[in-house]
Design a protein around this ligand. Structure first.
Ligand SMILES: [Ca+2]
Ligand SMILES: [Ca+2]
Length: 81
């Protein structure tokens, strides 16, 4: 195994929660929260009702905590999916 590979694995293991990776993938504008448009870009089957169910504080965007809850509830796929 090459040193670069080991370093990459260490970064993954120590640093980034898998959640942050998924969030950054879907977070098209990089503001740290997911709007319904950003969710639907990766999960077209999510409708307004589904989004509202995940947006527990009703601010129109999913923050990190809301995404985590949605993933635990099975409303969003796991971060590595
Ligand atoms: Ca965003
Ligand atoms: Ca919210």
């Amino acid at each position: 195994m090459k040193p670069q590979t080991l370093a990459a694995i260490s970064v993954l293991a120590l640093g980034l929660p898998a959640l942050a990776v998924a969030q950054s993938t879907a977070d098209a504008n990089g503001d740290g929260v997911l709007t319904i448009e950003e969710v639907q870009a990766v999960l077209p089957e999510v409708d307004a009702d589904g989004f509202s169910a995940m947006d527990t504080n009703g601010d129109g965007a999913l923050d990190e905590a809301e995404i985590a809850v949605a993933q635990e509830a099975g409303l969003l796929p796991p971060s590595n999916g």
